[in-house]
Design a protein around this ligand. Sequence first.
Ligand code: PFF
Length: 450
Amino acid sequence: MSSVSRGHWNSRFGFILAAAGSAIGLGNIWRFPYTAGEYGGGAFVLLYLIFVFGIGLPVLLAELSVGRFTQKSPVTAFKDLKPGTKWSWLGGLGVLTGFGILSFYAVIAGVTVGYIYLSLTGKFSADVDAAAVFQGFTADGFQMIALSGLFLAMTALIVQKGVGGGIERAAKILMPTFFVFLLFLVGRALTLEGAGAGLEFMFAPDFSKLTAEGVVSALGQALFSLSLGMGAMITYGSYLSENENIPISAVSVAFFDTGIALVGGLLIFPTLFHAGVDPAAGPGLVFVVMASIFDSLPGGSIFGVVFYGLLSIAALTSTISLLEVITSYFIDEKGWARSKATWTVAFACFLLSIPSALSLGASTFFSEFYGGGFLSLMDNIWGNYSLPIGATLLCFFVAWSWGVPKALASIEAGGHRLPAGAVWGFLIRYVCPAAVLLVFGTTIWQQIFS
Ligand code: PFF
């Protein structure tokens, strides 16, 4: 079923790094700590771990098996498996979701790049009001648009070079750099005075702080963090060869992603407790709070530069996978050349990113759009609605349309047995869709009635 010109990963390790690179992103270092902080630390972390391995991992296996079996990106994959049905629309939803997520993710990613420059030029000394710096920075509309454009262009330069020579090669350079940066920063954070209190907050579960909303956020975070629900892992799976070991690859990706979220916590919480800052400070945490703390430490701005460098790298390996999902749609479905597909999509996405870029302060119209602003609206539609819908429908597809026996045979192709395959079947048929639907229902309920 594979076509001659289709790209492939050069090695299993390369694939694991690329898939882990997609999973490890702003979600781990930016979103995970402040969400955990909001819902009481340890209890949230424990629940998140249960969801990653009980729900996320089975869905990840399902996505990879669809991709590897068909050797196609989502729309074409569903068409091949169930010709003449509406299942290909699920692939279409994934492509749209990727487009929507990339359009706002690139804006935040652009800010991380800008913050490397601000740290480098020593803009955050102890007596600087970091909140004012953030406001001033994001209120400059031209700068915000230019930075998201720059980030999208960097992403396109890599995606344009294809799977082995572009995405995999970049992951092999970026991911080890990311790990070194992270270890360097965690080493600093853990030796700060007051670090112990941060560790206690993260690891000692206080279930009284875990609300129903917290449970929902833990599952939502598990899906977002593993890049599930929009076909990114179907697309990456489609470049796997027939004899690749899917069980081992999927477990490795899940471990990497969770491990990095936890290590991200080891970096953020001790630093916050050292500075006596509330860990529930919200989305501005990494830009406002961390900026001022790092630069008031001895050692100057180097920690800030490394920290924002780390965030940029994490974001880049994720935007690569987002762009690849849309690009591969145009290659597989419309027969476009890779470079034409990459740059056309990146440009269209740049246009859609403009309202988000202007919504962080430059334009009152977009800042107040629909109440919370254009960027939040995008995050909400694509992150909170579209991903859970996509993940639920994927479970239905694999469980009831394609069928668990065929999917399992595809996972185990090449003689790589999935331990507890029957448990996987049970999870994908009943537990995963029920849990994701529950999350989705609760999100809607909250948004309508709160
Ligand atoms: N997993 C990424 C993160 O945690 O930041 C976000 C993401 C990337 C979601 C790619 C979905 C996706 F397809």
